[in-house]
Design a protein around this ligand. Structure first.
Ligand code: FAD
Length: 424
Protein backbone atom coordinates (compact mmCIF):
# COMPACT_ATOMS: atom_id res chain seq x y z
CA UNK A 1 0.00 0.00 0.00
CA UNK A 2 1.31 3.40 -0.89
CA UNK A 3 -1.49 5.75 -0.01
CA UNK A 4 -0.42 8.92 1.67
CA UNK A 5 -3.44 11.21 1.33
CA UNK A 6 -7.14 11.32 0.63
CA UNK A 7 -8.19 10.95 -2.99
CA UNK A 8 -10.11 14.01 -4.32
CA UNK A 9 -13.42 12.13 -4.31
CA UNK A 10 -13.08 11.56 -0.59
CA UNK A 11 -12.72 15.23 0.28
CA UNK A 12 -16.45 15.56 -0.39
CA UNK A 13 -17.02 13.61 2.81
CA UNK A 14 -14.09 15.11 4.71
CA UNK A 15 -15.77 18.04 6.44
CA UNK A 16 -14.09 21.10 7.85
CA UNK A 17 -14.30 19.66 11.38
CA UNK A 18 -11.84 16.87 10.59
CA UNK A 19 -8.59 17.42 12.45
CA UNK A 20 -5.49 16.81 10.37
CA UNK A 21 -3.92 13.54 11.43
CA UNK A 22 -1.63 10.91 10.08
CA UNK A 23 -4.52 8.50 9.62
CA UNK A 24 -3.63 7.81 6.00
CA UNK A 25 0.02 7.07 6.28
CA UNK A 26 1.69 3.83 5.23
CA UNK A 27 1.29 1.16 7.95
CA UNK A 28 4.30 1.08 10.23
CA UNK A 29 3.06 -1.14 13.02
CA UNK A 30 5.21 -3.19 15.33
CA UNK A 31 5.23 -6.94 14.52
CA UNK A 32 2.92 -7.71 17.48
CA UNK A 33 0.08 -5.81 15.84
CA UNK A 34 -2.46 -8.01 14.02
CA UNK A 35 -2.98 -7.02 10.38
CA UNK A 36 -6.27 -7.46 8.50
CA UNK A 37 -7.66 -6.10 5.28
CA UNK A 38 -10.76 -4.78 7.00
CA UNK A 39 -11.88 -4.55 10.61
CA UNK A 40 -15.58 -3.75 10.98
CA UNK A 41 -17.19 -2.37 14.14
CA UNK A 42 -20.91 -3.06 14.46
CA UNK A 43 -22.77 -6.29 13.72
CA UNK A 44 -26.16 -5.07 12.53
CA UNK A 45 -27.39 -5.60 8.98
CA UNK A 46 -24.87 -3.11 7.57
CA UNK A 47 -21.76 -4.68 9.10
CA UNK A 48 -22.86 -8.26 8.46
CA UNK A 49 -23.81 -7.68 4.83
CA UNK A 50 -20.61 -5.80 4.18
CA UNK A 51 -18.45 -8.43 5.89
CA UNK A 52 -20.00 -11.08 3.62
CA UNK A 53 -19.33 -8.96 0.55
CA UNK A 54 -15.72 -8.38 1.55
CA UNK A 55 -15.12 -12.02 2.41
CA UNK A 56 -16.51 -13.17 -0.93
CA UNK A 57 -14.21 -10.70 -2.67
CA UNK A 58 -11.23 -12.30 -0.94
CA UNK A 59 -10.58 -9.72 1.79
CA UNK A 60 -9.46 -10.89 5.20
CA UNK A 61 -12.19 -9.31 7.32
CA UNK A 62 -13.11 -9.54 11.00
CA UNK A 63 -16.01 -7.87 12.79
CA UNK A 64 -16.46 -6.68 16.37
CA UNK A 65 -19.86 -6.30 17.94
CA UNK A 66 -20.15 -4.47 21.25
CA UNK A 67 -23.34 -6.23 22.43
CA UNK A 68 -25.18 -8.75 20.26
CA UNK A 69 -25.42 -9.25 16.50
CA UNK A 70 -28.39 -7.37 15.09
CA UNK A 71 -28.66 -5.98 18.57
CA UNK A 72 -30.01 -2.54 18.08
CA UNK A 73 -31.93 -1.21 15.07
CA UNK A 74 -31.80 -4.36 12.94
CA UNK A 75 -33.72 -6.68 15.28
CA UNK A 76 -35.97 -3.80 16.35
CA UNK A 77 -36.89 -3.01 12.75
CA UNK A 78 -40.13 -4.08 11.11
CA UNK A 79 -38.24 -6.20 8.60
CA UNK A 80 -40.01 -4.69 5.60
CA UNK A 81 -38.11 -4.80 2.35
CA UNK A 82 -39.37 -1.59 0.88
CA UNK A 83 -39.66 -1.07 -2.84
CA UNK A 84 -40.42 2.60 -2.75
CA UNK A 85 -44.07 2.73 -1.80
CA UNK A 86 -43.37 3.87 1.74
CA UNK A 87 -41.51 6.89 0.46
CA UNK A 88 -44.10 7.55 -2.19
CA UNK A 89 -46.58 7.84 0.64
CA UNK A 90 -44.30 10.35 2.29
CA UNK A 91 -44.57 12.78 -0.60
CA UNK A 92 -44.68 11.93 -4.29
CA UNK A 93 -41.79 10.02 -5.79
CA UNK A 94 -38.83 11.20 -3.78
CA UNK A 95 -35.21 10.47 -4.58
CA UNK A 96 -35.41 7.97 -1.74
CA UNK A 97 -38.30 6.21 -3.41
CA UNK A 98 -36.59 5.84 -6.76
CA UNK A 99 -33.25 4.71 -5.35
CA UNK A 100 -34.90 2.12 -3.13
CA UNK A 101 -37.15 0.81 -5.89
CA UNK A 102 -34.47 -1.52 -7.27
CA UNK A 103 -33.65 -3.12 -3.92
CA UNK A 104 -36.31 -5.84 -3.71
CA UNK A 105 -34.91 -7.59 -6.83
CA UNK A 106 -31.52 -7.78 -5.21
CA UNK A 107 -33.01 -9.22 -2.05
CA UNK A 108 -35.21 -11.54 -4.08
CA UNK A 109 -32.12 -13.05 -5.69
CA UNK A 110 -30.42 -13.67 -2.33
CA UNK A 111 -33.58 -15.04 -0.74
CA UNK A 112 -34.08 -17.31 -3.75
CA UNK A 113 -30.53 -18.68 -3.59
CA UNK A 114 -29.21 -17.14 -6.80
CA UNK A 115 -27.88 -13.86 -5.43
CA UNK A 116 -24.63 -12.66 -3.97
CA UNK A 117 -25.34 -14.01 -0.45
CA UNK A 118 -27.21 -17.22 0.32
CA UNK A 119 -30.29 -16.12 2.26
CA UNK A 120 -32.37 -19.21 1.53
CA UNK A 121 -32.64 -19.96 5.26
CA UNK A 122 -34.33 -16.61 5.99
CA UNK A 123 -37.98 -16.95 6.97
CA UNK A 124 -40.62 -14.62 5.57
CA UNK A 125 -43.28 -13.32 7.88
CA UNK A 126 -45.22 -12.25 4.82
CA UNK A 127 -44.77 -12.25 1.05
CA UNK A 128 -46.74 -9.00 0.77
CA UNK A 129 -47.46 -5.72 2.45
CA UNK A 130 -50.86 -4.11 2.19
CA UNK A 131 -52.07 -0.52 2.16
CA UNK A 132 -55.49 0.00 3.65
CA UNK A 133 -57.58 3.10 4.36
CA UNK A 134 -57.31 3.67 8.09
CA UNK A 135 -59.68 6.56 8.57
CA UNK A 136 -62.19 8.62 6.64
CA UNK A 137 -63.43 8.39 3.07
CA UNK A 138 -60.50 10.64 2.22
CA UNK A 139 -58.06 7.91 3.22
CA UNK A 140 -59.62 5.61 0.61
CA UNK A 141 -58.68 8.22 -1.97
CA UNK A 142 -55.16 8.44 -0.51
CA UNK A 143 -54.67 4.68 -0.71
CA UNK A 144 -55.91 4.68 -4.31
CA UNK A 145 -53.52 7.54 -5.15
CA UNK A 146 -50.56 5.80 -3.54
CA UNK A 147 -51.39 2.51 -5.27
CA UNK A 148 -51.32 4.28 -8.66
CA UNK A 149 -47.91 5.75 -7.98
CA UNK A 150 -46.05 2.77 -6.61
CA UNK A 151 -44.98 -0.62 -7.78
CA UNK A 152 -46.68 -1.68 -11.01
CA UNK A 153 -47.35 -5.07 -9.46
CA UNK A 154 -49.59 -3.55 -6.78
CA UNK A 155 -52.99 -5.22 -6.90
CA UNK A 156 -56.38 -4.36 -5.47
CA UNK A 157 -57.54 -7.16 -3.20
CA UNK A 158 -60.91 -8.82 -3.68
CA UNK A 159 -63.08 -8.98 -0.57
CA UNK A 160 -62.13 -12.63 0.33
CA UNK A 161 -58.43 -11.76 -0.02
CA UNK A 162 -58.57 -8.89 2.48
CA UNK A 163 -56.81 -9.96 5.71
CA UNK A 164 -59.21 -11.12 8.44
CA UNK A 165 -57.59 -8.70 10.89
CA UNK A 166 -59.25 -5.82 9.03
CA UNK A 167 -62.78 -7.25 9.14
CA UNK A 168 -65.37 -7.98 11.79
CA UNK A 169 -66.36 -11.68 11.59
CA UNK A 170 -68.83 -12.22 8.75
CA UNK A 171 -68.60 -8.59 7.64
CA UNK A 172 -67.08 -7.00 4.55
CA UNK A 173 -64.30 -4.41 4.71
CA UNK A 174 -65.45 -0.99 3.53
CA UNK A 175 -62.85 0.54 1.25
CA UNK A 176 -60.12 -0.57 -1.13
CA UNK A 177 -57.11 -2.53 0.06
CA UNK A 178 -54.01 -2.86 -2.11
CA UNK A 179 -51.29 -5.45 -1.85
CA UNK A 180 -47.65 -4.93 -2.81
CA UNK A 181 -45.32 -7.85 -3.47
CA UNK A 182 -42.79 -6.65 -0.91
CA UNK A 183 -41.66 -9.12 1.69
CA UNK A 184 -41.55 -8.82 5.45
CA UNK A 185 -38.60 -10.77 6.84
CA UNK A 186 -38.04 -12.52 10.14
CA UNK A 187 -34.97 -10.44 10.91
CA UNK A 188 -33.39 -12.85 13.37
CA UNK A 189 -33.19 -15.54 10.71
CA UNK A 190 -31.69 -12.86 8.45
CA UNK A 191 -29.00 -12.04 11.02
CA UNK A 192 -28.31 -15.77 11.49
CA UNK A 193 -28.05 -16.33 7.73
CA UNK A 194 -25.61 -13.45 7.35
CA UNK A 195 -23.57 -14.59 10.36
CA UNK A 196 -23.20 -18.19 9.13
CA UNK A 197 -20.57 -17.62 6.38
CA UNK A 198 -18.64 -15.40 8.81
CA UNK A 199 -18.26 -18.08 11.48
CA UNK A 200 -14.97 -17.56 13.33
CA UNK A 201 -14.76 -13.92 12.23
CA UNK A 202 -17.42 -12.31 14.45
CA UNK A 203 -16.21 -11.25 17.88
CA UNK A 204 -17.64 -9.58 20.93
CA UNK A 205 -15.83 -6.32 21.61
CA UNK A 206 -16.05 -2.58 21.19
CA UNK A 207 -13.34 -0.29 19.93
CA UNK A 208 -11.79 1.89 22.62
CA UNK A 209 -9.32 3.88 20.56
CA UNK A 210 -8.61 4.75 16.95
CA UNK A 211 -4.90 5.19 16.40
CA UNK A 212 -3.06 6.52 13.34
CA UNK A 213 -2.26 4.33 10.33
CA UNK A 214 -5.50 2.34 10.40
CA UNK A 215 -4.90 0.95 13.86
CA UNK A 216 -7.57 0.42 16.48
CA UNK A 217 -7.56 -0.95 20.02
CA UNK A 218 -10.21 -3.40 21.20
CA UNK A 219 -9.89 -4.45 24.86
CA UNK A 220 -6.20 -3.58 24.77
CA UNK A 221 -5.50 -5.59 21.59
CA UNK A 222 -4.21 -3.41 18.76
CA UNK A 223 -5.14 -4.32 15.24
CA UNK A 224 -4.26 -2.68 11.99
CA UNK A 225 -6.33 -2.73 8.83
CA UNK A 226 -6.26 -1.36 5.35
CA UNK A 227 -9.73 -0.11 6.27
CA UNK A 228 -11.39 0.39 9.65
CA UNK A 229 -15.11 0.41 8.98
CA UNK A 230 -17.78 1.61 11.39
CA UNK A 231 -21.27 0.22 10.87
CA UNK A 232 -22.17 0.81 14.48
CA UNK A 233 -25.48 2.69 14.18
CA UNK A 234 -25.61 5.18 17.04
CA UNK A 235 -22.12 3.88 17.95
CA UNK A 236 -20.82 5.62 14.81
CA UNK A 237 -20.89 8.75 16.94
CA UNK A 238 -18.08 7.20 19.01
CA UNK A 239 -15.95 6.98 15.88
CA UNK A 240 -16.35 10.71 15.28
CA UNK A 241 -15.44 11.41 18.92
CA UNK A 242 -12.36 9.19 18.74
CA UNK A 243 -11.34 10.95 15.53
CA UNK A 244 -11.88 14.28 17.35
CA UNK A 245 -14.32 15.49 14.74
CA UNK A 246 -16.30 18.36 16.13
CA UNK A 247 -18.64 18.98 13.23
CA UNK A 248 -22.05 17.35 13.45
CA UNK A 249 -22.14 14.41 11.04
CA UNK A 250 -24.93 12.25 12.40
CA UNK A 251 -28.45 12.49 13.66
CA UNK A 252 -30.78 10.39 15.75
CA UNK A 253 -34.47 10.24 14.96
CA UNK A 254 -36.30 8.73 17.91
CA UNK A 255 -39.20 6.30 17.73
CA UNK A 256 -41.34 4.59 20.33
CA UNK A 257 -42.71 1.43 18.77
CA UNK A 258 -45.77 -0.10 20.43
CA UNK A 259 -46.21 -3.82 21.04
CA UNK A 260 -49.54 -5.44 21.80
CA UNK A 261 -50.48 -9.09 22.33
CA UNK A 262 -52.06 -11.52 21.82
CA UNK A 263 -53.75 -10.93 18.46
CA UNK A 264 -55.30 -13.93 16.73
CA UNK A 265 -54.58 -12.70 13.19
CA UNK A 266 -51.41 -11.37 11.58
CA UNK A 267 -51.26 -8.11 9.62
CA UNK A 268 -48.46 -6.61 7.54
CA UNK A 269 -48.87 -3.18 6.04
CA UNK A 270 -49.60 0.48 6.24
CA UNK A 271 -52.82 2.12 7.42
CA UNK A 272 -53.19 5.27 5.32
CA UNK A 273 -55.11 8.44 6.11
CA UNK A 274 -53.91 10.84 3.45
CA UNK A 275 -51.07 12.30 5.52
CA UNK A 276 -47.45 11.78 4.52
CA UNK A 277 -46.80 9.19 7.25
CA UNK A 278 -48.93 6.08 7.55
CA UNK A 279 -51.27 6.35 10.55
CA UNK A 280 -49.76 3.07 11.59
CA UNK A 281 -47.44 0.47 10.11
CA UNK A 282 -48.19 -2.98 11.45
CA UNK A 283 -46.12 -6.14 11.46
CA UNK A 284 -47.04 -9.31 13.35
CA UNK A 285 -44.66 -11.73 15.03
CA UNK A 286 -45.46 -15.22 16.29
CA UNK A 287 -46.11 -15.19 20.04
CA UNK A 288 -45.60 -18.86 20.85
CA UNK A 289 -48.91 -20.75 20.89
CA UNK A 290 -50.70 -17.54 21.66
CA UNK A 291 -51.29 -15.85 18.28
CA UNK A 292 -49.20 -12.82 17.41
CA UNK A 293 -47.51 -9.78 18.85
CA UNK A 294 -48.43 -6.76 16.77
CA UNK A 295 -45.53 -4.34 16.39
CA UNK A 296 -46.70 -0.84 15.53
CA UNK A 297 -44.68 1.87 13.82
CA UNK A 298 -45.57 4.77 11.53
CA UNK A 299 -47.25 7.79 13.10
CA UNK A 300 -47.90 5.96 16.37
CA UNK A 301 -44.16 5.49 16.90
CA UNK A 302 -43.26 9.02 15.73
CA UNK A 303 -45.79 10.58 18.10
CA UNK A 304 -44.86 8.12 20.85
CA UNK A 305 -41.29 9.39 20.76
CA UNK A 306 -42.61 12.73 22.02
CA UNK A 307 -44.58 11.14 24.89
CA UNK A 308 -44.00 9.05 28.01
CA UNK A 309 -44.58 5.32 27.78
CA UNK A 310 -47.96 5.64 29.55
CA UNK A 311 -49.12 8.41 27.21
CA UNK A 312 -47.94 6.46 24.19
CA UNK A 313 -49.86 3.37 25.20
CA UNK A 314 -53.06 5.31 25.84
CA UNK A 315 -52.65 7.03 22.47
CA UNK A 316 -51.93 3.72 20.71
CA UNK A 317 -54.93 2.08 22.31
CA UNK A 318 -57.23 4.88 21.13
CA UNK A 319 -55.78 4.65 17.63
CA UNK A 320 -56.29 0.89 17.53
CA UNK A 321 -59.84 1.13 18.91
CA UNK A 322 -60.65 3.64 16.20
CA UNK A 323 -59.06 1.72 13.30
CA UNK A 324 -60.01 -1.80 14.45
CA UNK A 325 -63.31 -1.31 16.33
CA UNK A 326 -64.18 -5.01 15.88
CA UNK A 327 -61.21 -6.12 18.02
CA UNK A 328 -61.46 -6.20 21.83
CA UNK A 329 -58.43 -4.25 23.06
CA UNK A 330 -59.35 -4.42 26.75
CA UNK A 331 -57.76 -7.80 27.44
CA UNK A 332 -54.43 -7.12 25.74
CA UNK A 333 -50.92 -6.76 27.11
CA UNK A 334 -48.87 -3.76 26.05
CA UNK A 335 -45.25 -2.65 25.90
CA UNK A 336 -43.06 -0.20 24.01
CA UNK A 337 -39.59 -0.15 22.49
CA UNK A 338 -37.91 3.25 22.45
CA UNK A 339 -34.85 3.77 20.32
CA UNK A 340 -33.21 5.90 17.71
CA UNK A 341 -32.85 5.61 14.02
CA UNK A 342 -29.16 6.40 13.61
CA UNK A 343 -28.54 8.32 10.44
CA UNK A 344 -25.98 10.54 8.79
CA UNK A 345 -26.46 14.26 8.75
CA UNK A 346 -25.92 16.00 5.47
CA UNK A 347 -25.11 19.66 5.01
CA UNK A 348 -28.80 20.64 5.01
CA UNK A 349 -29.60 18.43 7.97
CA UNK A 350 -31.54 16.01 5.77
CA UNK A 351 -31.50 12.26 5.60
CA UNK A 352 -29.43 11.47 2.50
CA UNK A 353 -31.49 9.64 -0.14
CA UNK A 354 -29.78 6.32 0.32
CA UNK A 355 -26.82 4.65 1.96
CA UNK A 356 -24.03 6.95 2.92
CA UNK A 357 -20.31 6.59 3.64
CA UNK A 358 -18.20 9.22 5.39
CA UNK A 359 -14.48 8.80 5.20
CA UNK A 360 -11.42 9.99 7.00
CA UNK A 361 -8.19 8.41 5.87
CA UNK A 362 -8.40 4.72 6.67
CA UNK A 363 -11.60 5.08 8.68
CA UNK A 364 -14.97 4.73 6.96
CA UNK A 365 -18.23 5.41 8.73
CA UNK A 366 -21.18 3.76 7.00
CA UNK A 367 -24.94 4.19 7.29
CA UNK A 368 -27.46 2.05 5.41
CA UNK A 369 -30.33 4.43 6.43
CA UNK A 370 -32.67 1.45 5.86
CA UNK A 371 -32.37 -2.28 6.32
CA UNK A 372 -33.42 -2.54 2.68
CA UNK A 373 -30.35 -0.58 1.61
CA UNK A 374 -27.70 -2.92 3.07
CA UNK A 375 -26.74 -4.33 -0.38
CA UNK A 376 -26.37 -0.82 -1.82
CA UNK A 377 -24.22 0.23 1.12
CA UNK A 378 -21.90 -2.72 0.44
CA UNK A 379 -21.69 -1.57 -3.21
CA UNK A 380 -20.68 1.94 -2.10
CA UNK A 381 -17.99 0.51 0.12
CA UNK A 382 -16.61 -1.76 -2.59
CA UNK A 383 -16.46 1.25 -4.93
CA UNK A 384 -14.40 3.07 -2.31
CA UNK A 385 -11.99 0.14 -1.98
CA UNK A 386 -11.60 0.00 -5.76
CA UNK A 387 -11.13 3.79 -5.97
CA UNK A 388 -8.31 3.49 -3.48
CA UNK A 389 -6.93 0.34 -5.10
CA UNK A 390 -7.15 -1.60 -1.86
CA UNK A 391 -6.64 -5.26 -2.68
CA UNK A 392 -6.78 -8.33 -0.44
CA UNK A 393 -3.40 -8.54 1.21
CA UNK A 394 -3.18 -9.96 4.73
CA UNK A 395 -3.45 -13.61 5.76
CA UNK A 396 -3.53 -13.20 9.55
CA UNK A 397 -5.80 -15.70 11.32
CA UNK A 398 -8.86 -14.18 13.05
CA UNK A 399 -8.06 -13.47 16.74
CA UNK A 400 -10.20 -16.32 18.13
CA UNK A 401 -7.76 -16.82 21.02
CA UNK A 402 -8.27 -13.23 22.20
CA UNK A 403 -12.01 -12.57 21.85
CA UNK A 404 -15.25 -14.43 22.49
CA UNK A 405 -17.54 -15.03 19.52
CA UNK A 406 -20.42 -12.54 19.12
CA UNK A 407 -23.90 -13.96 19.71
CA UNK A 408 -27.14 -13.19 17.88
CA UNK A 409 -29.44 -10.81 19.82
CA UNK A 410 -33.11 -10.93 20.79
CA UNK A 411 -36.27 -9.21 19.58
CA UNK A 412 -37.71 -6.26 21.54
CA UNK A 413 -40.87 -8.22 22.36
CA UNK A 414 -38.87 -11.03 23.95
CA UNK A 415 -37.40 -8.71 26.56
CA UNK A 416 -40.29 -6.27 26.91
CA UNK A 417 -41.92 -5.34 30.24
CA UNK A 418 -45.48 -6.39 29.33
CA UNK A 419 -48.44 -4.99 31.21
CA UNK A 420 -52.19 -4.49 31.09
CA UNK A 421 -53.47 -0.96 30.68
CA UNK A 422 -55.38 0.82 33.43
CA UNK A 423 -59.04 1.18 32.59
CA UNK A 424 -58.85 -1.94 30.46
C1 FAD B 1 -38.19 0.68 14.87
C2 FAD B 1 -37.49 0.61 13.53
C3 FAD B 1 -38.13 0.02 12.46
C4 FAD B 1 -37.49 -0.06 11.21
N1 FAD B 1 -38.09 -0.72 10.19
C5 FAD B 1 -37.46 -0.85 9.00
C6 FAD B 1 -38.05 -1.61 7.95
O1 FAD B 1 -39.13 -2.17 8.11
N2 FAD B 1 -37.38 -1.69 6.77
C7 FAD B 1 -36.17 -1.09 6.58
O2 FAD B 1 -35.63 -1.18 5.47
N3 FAD B 1 -35.56 -0.38 7.57
C8 FAD B 1 -36.17 -0.27 8.78
N4 FAD B 1 -35.58 0.42 9.80
C9 FAD B 1 -34.24 0.97 9.60
C10 FAD B 1 -33.21 -0.14 9.78
O3 FAD B 1 -33.55 -0.95 10.87
C11 FAD B 1 -31.83 0.45 9.99
O4 FAD B 1 -31.52 1.37 8.97
C12 FAD B 1 -30.76 -0.64 9.98
O5 FAD B 1 -31.13 -1.75 10.77
C13 FAD B 1 -29.46 -0.06 10.50
O6 FAD B 1 -28.53 -1.10 10.52
P1 FAD B 1 -27.09 -0.90 11.11
O7 FAD B 1 -26.38 -2.18 10.93
O8 FAD B 1 -26.50 0.34 10.54
O9 FAD B 1 -27.33 -0.53 12.65
P2 FAD B 1 -27.72 -1.44 13.91
O10 FAD B 1 -28.68 -2.51 13.57
O11 FAD B 1 -28.11 -0.47 14.98
O12 FAD B 1 -26.37 -2.17 14.28
C14 FAD B 1 -25.28 -1.47 14.84
C15 FAD B 1 -24.56 -2.42 15.75
O13 FAD B 1 -23.34 -1.79 16.16
C16 FAD B 1 -23.08 -2.15 17.51
N5 FAD B 1 -22.14 -1.18 18.07
C17 FAD B 1 -22.40 0.07 18.53
N6 FAD B 1 -21.26 0.66 18.93
C18 FAD B 1 -20.25 -0.23 18.71
C19 FAD B 1 -18.85 -0.20 18.89
N7 FAD B 1 -18.24 0.88 19.41
N8 FAD B 1 -18.11 -1.29 18.56
C20 FAD B 1 -18.72 -2.39 18.05
N9 FAD B 1 -20.06 -2.47 17.84
C21 FAD B 1 -20.81 -1.41 18.15
C22 FAD B 1 -24.47 -2.15 18.14
O14 FAD B 1 -24.50 -2.90 19.33
C23 FAD B 1 -25.33 -2.74 17.03
O15 FAD B 1 -25.47 -4.15 17.14
C24 FAD B 1 -36.19 0.50 11.05
C25 FAD B 1 -35.55 1.11 12.14
C26 FAD B 1 -36.18 1.15 13.38
C27 FAD B 1 -35.46 1.76 14.54
Amino acid sequence: MTETQDKPALSKFAPAGFKPAAADAVPTAAPSVLFYDAVIFGGGIAGLWLANTLLRAGYNVILFEKDTLGGRQTLASQGMIHGGQKYTLEGAVTQHASSIARMPERWEACLGGYGEIDLTSVKFLSENQIMWPAGSLLSDVAVFGAAQLVNAATTKLKQPEIPDALKAPGKKFKGSVYSMPEKVLDTRTLVQALAAPLKGRLFKGGVSEILPDGQAAVDGVVMQAQMLIFTAGTGNEDAFKMLKIEKRLSQRRPLRQVMVRPLPEPLYGHGIVGKPKPRMTVTAHPNGRDGYVWYLGGNIAEEGAKMSEDETLQFARKELESVFPHIDWSDKQWATWAGDRAEPYDEEGHLPPGPFVQQRGRVMVAWPTKLTFAPALADRMMDKLRERKIMPEYKTEPPADKFAPAEVGRYPWEDAAWRKLRGA
